[in-house]
Design a protein around this ligand. Sequence first.
Ligand SMILES: *Cc1c(COP(=O)(O)O)cnc(C)c1O
Length: 706
Amino acid sequence: MQKKIISLKELTKNLWWSWDTEAKQLFEELSPLLWERNNHNPVELLRHISNDELAARCHCKYKGKIDSVYNRFNAYINEKNTWAAKNTPELVKNPVAYFSAEFGIHESVRIYSGGLGVLAGDHLKSASDLGINFIGITLFYKEGYFRQYLNRDGWQIEDYPHQYPEGLPIEKVTGPDGKDLIISVNIAQSEVLAQAWSLKVGRATLYLLDTNIPANESHYRDICCRVYGGDQNMRINQEIVLGIGGVKLLEKLGLEPAVYHMNEGHSAFLTLELLSRELSKGVPAKDAIDNVRSRCVFTTHTPVAAGHDRFSRDMMHYTFDKYLSHIGITFDELMKLGSENENDLNGLFTMTVLALKLSRAANGVSKLHGEVSRTMWQHLYPGLPVSEVPIGHITNGVHASSWAYGYTDTFWRNNAESIDEMIASRETAEAVLAKVSDEEIWSLRYSLKRNLIDFIYRYIANQLYHQHSHSLSRDYDMMRSEKNTLSPDILTIGFARRFATYKRAPLIFKDLDRLNRIINNPKRPLQIIFAGKAHPHDDAGKEYIRQIVEYSHRPQFNGKIIFLENYNLGVAKRMVSGVDVWLNTPVRPMEASGTSGEKTVLHGGLNFSVLDGWWPEAYNGENGWAIGHGEVFENHEDQDRFDADNLYTVLENQIIPTFYDRNEYNIPTRWIKKIRNAIATIAPVYNTHRMVRDYALKYYLNRKEN
Ligand SMILES: *Cc1c(COP(=O)(O)O)cnc(C)c1O
């Protein structure tokens, strides 16, 4: 095989390409159609193109492009002079082991459900960029998370297409003997086996445990079927494989992590396996717990009670019976580690409690969420005032070069070395912004919006082609009719997120007449793009989707309000880059952080949000808009009415007039001033390079301060 083809294939095996614009172009250029149809998956793409055809394609110009990308890739992988080498050499010597039930790295690897996974993926990428020795641990889900369809009535239907290892950039992990590396965990009275896969993400490695092997009973094979699929029993089984299995895997690989980071409580059983190692060495129980604590850190991600896994005493007893017989603690001692009230061990076992008790440091994911978490868990620390509850905060960010959509990445690279260099500090961002004119910024915005609109038409046409959704055909006809057409000249709002009810997706429909007047103002119209999945068990969330789809079909809104099916990383990239305004309407303080609004800023989009999650920290009065001032009402209806009224008022009096206020060249100079302010004040702070540096310095390194 030609050398170039080998290089090209090697590039598909490391997800580094997913944050390199030229690498993506390299694959797309081979066949734009196959690239689109295969969910931007280069492994699948190359499976569809024969080596003969590839050889023919490797003509001189394309060959040069392969060389250029391949050389950059190798330089990246071999770079020694990294941030970590200079600042945290301890974290180069020994790895950080980061456990997460999901990782959202790219849309073609469907092992994520939403925000938590996307954050984990972005964390992994930044850790790689910074040169931290970093290992992710998760499960390999054969069916991933569901694909969303809407039926004729706008009701969500879930479909679970399989993903096969041959079509993914993953490889089986083998032991020193060359055989598949298999670990085993005890669940109830059984021994459940898992094989390991590895996935390269730049310099980092993600390991995926997989119980879907013939040696397991079928109900154990299904542990690795769906992300957050099944019932409580399935959940506890998944968490045993992730936490306990993960530690066993690291040991088999001969790795000695400097720190274990639990991303959310799902993986907290890892502490039990670490404890069992200590006890088996003969360390007394109290010291054993201290030793485990000294190596673990924990991030909590939600103030929503249902977001914290809790298992009944009976389920714990049944599931851990065999495991406990050799770890060296009694069942009541185990229950104590996960009980909110140590004097009542008959209650529920809470994963967050286990994680908090067995880690040396814990954090929430925004300043406000840190405060909320300290109050939420204060009862675990009797005698401590809220302010001293040991839960800090590190605010979430996004991996800028992954999120800077093609045009945007090129735009910033025309004016700086890289997007990372631009967002290195407020000063560097301002220096780059000083080089670009208002016209250039507006032209970027226009291209991005036009690109989004093209995408929406193709996306909907494709949905129709597959005849999965009848409800959308009406949209499509209407959109094509001359009167109701999405336009890049129109102020465009985006709203896309998980349809958990606290996010209140339908809030903007509270007063239909007022919304109608806003949307259909002939001089200053508005269009809105929605997307998002509801959890398969969340009928209230599905009802929200149904309502929005129904509104979008009403004559006054048809073609001006669009609901896009199957929100995922690919759809997110289009939406966050194309819209002018990113709307967020959670009930404060339920949104722990949120990150999608941070993605928008990189493209010159502006945030319009309730002061919740990351937004109260970032909002300065000039870099976007706030809904309300953080008011909290006892009554839901009062809250909704107040927030909706505020939303309309800000839209009518500030957002719309600013957008349509144009100079003699039709440029909205006041709007662009806000874009400049948003980029300079938000992008340098709300990114995962800053976030991972914070984790490394404040949490991963146990440096004694003296
Ligand atoms: C960024 C992202 C999220 C997180 O969004 P928030 O609602 O802001 O927390 C969820 N899903 C996808 C696909 C994303 O890209």
